[in-house]
Design a protein around this ligand. Structure first.
Ligand SMILES: [Zn+2]
Length: 393
């Protein structure tokens, strides 16, 4: 019997420091099939390491027996990333591999850089969109926003609409190279008009000198690309799928051309040159909100603020067949906690668990009433809302 072959999908990824957008797009029809937003642990890892460092430092400084110095036998391997960055890369890899097990992914798209400096300098390299100057405008704007810190160069206003401004006006022969561009809010831009910066800022020579100096300095980060994104790119290539890379400017161009609101997952759906002209189905997608929580803690015992152990040593991680983090359904038929609950379990060795439900915490639910719905896998899940309200009928 003939079997219908599923359409191959493209997994598109927009890595962020806090949240990474994921979108599965059917290439032939341009339909968004699934979307997710993966929130990383990032800062929590930094905080835990800081705490551990403080405890160890205080232990070393206490008056204890002499401890011989250890040889300096530790070194970082090539490609080492700080733990908080490594966890981001590994979260994304985990989800790429999970999705590959569930559906036929034929290709990947990854936003690798914020703006494509090469495309900005040489508009002839990449086809008709660059030559028409529409896409290159987006790359330039992203670059200028980054370089000038997303604030008006003349009055330091931020959080307002900003325009790309020519320091020496075009009408006075100023070029459109990024060394002649800065950011300005709408009122300042209107006020400056076609004046030269020397006339406009005659009352504030300090600011003028600062702007002129900063304009000549190219943005350092533009060449030194984001370490996380490159590490992720290398690991994705190693998976053996074709990986297309895109820039943040192109993502923004693709998204705003189709008037799609900005969220992490819609950004992901618009990554790269392969983005369909007409992205379909995005209005009906509710993204899966995935939060990296980690599985458990390696610390065997809690310490108080001076670093001395307190409380009891950590007990077993499994009790009556459950682990902390499992999602369970509990139907309690006896006692004060009688009722039906759905939530995340925190185990205790005596079998009386704590359940965190959407309506609050329930203590003392025994394991015999619980049935596992989902085993804890180091991630929390929720369903997000639509990117835009559905069109009015
Ligand atoms: Zn201003």
């Amino acid at each position: 019997m003939e079997q219908a072959a599923p359409e191959p999908l493209r997994l598109k990824i927009d890595p962020g420091s806090h949240t990474t957008g994921l979108a599965l797009v059917e290439e032939t029809s341009g339909k968004v099939v699934w979307a997710g937003e993966l929130t990383h642990q990032g800062e929590a890892i930094v905080e835990r390491l800081r705490k551990r460092r403080a405890v160890r430092r205080s232990r070393r400084q206490r008056h204890t027996r002499y401890r011989q110095a250890r040889y300096d036998n530790r070194h970082r391997k090539d490609g080492w990333l700080p733990p908080s960055l490594r966890s981001r890369v590994q979260n994304v890899l985990t989800w790429v591999q999970r999705l590959r097990r569930l559906c036929p992914i034929a290709a990947l798209s990854l936003e690798l850089v914020r703006f494509d400096t090469q495309a900005m300098q040489d508009p002839n390299i990449a086809g008709v969109m660059y030559q028409q100057g529409t896409l290159v405008g987006f790359e330039v704007k992203e670059y200028v926003l980054e370089k000038w810190g997303r604030r008006c160069a003349y009055c330091d206003a931020s959080g307002v609409p900003l325009e790309v401004e020519h320091i020496v006006p075009r009408s006075r022969g100023g070029s459109s190279r990024e060394s002649n561009l800065t950011l300005s809010c709408v009122p300042c831009n209107a006020q400056k008009g076609t004046q030269d910066i020397r006339a406009f800022l005659a009352h504030d020579p300090e600011r003028m000198a600062r702007i002129l100096a900063q304009a000549k300095t190219p943005l350092r980060d533009a060449a030194v690309m984001n370490a996380t994104r490159w590490a992720l790119y290398e690991r994705l290539v190693a998976l053996g799928l074709p990986v297309e890379v895109g820039s943040g400017g192109r993502t923004k161009y693709n998204r705003s051309r189709q008037a799609i609101p900005k969220t992490h997952w819609t950004d992901a759906a618009c990554v790269g040159a392969s983005t369909p002209e007409d992205l379909r189905n995005w209005r009906t997608i509710r993204p899966l909100l995935i939060t990296a929580t980690g599985r458990q803690c390696r610390q065997m015992r809690n310490v108080e603020k001076h670093g001395f152990p307190c409380g009891k040593p950590k007990g077993p991680s499994r009790s009556h067949g459950f682990r902390t983090g499992d999602m369970v359904r509990a139907v309690v038929t006896k006692g004060v906690q009688r009722g039906t609950y759905l939530g995340r379990v925190a185990i205790k060795s005596d079998g009386y668990f704590k359940l965190t439900t959407s309506s609050g915490v329930v203590e003392g639910v025994h394991a015999r009433y619980c049935r596992a719905l989902h085993r804890g896998d180091g991630y929390g899940y929720a369903l997000g809302s639509l990117a835009a309200l559905p069109p009015q009928v």
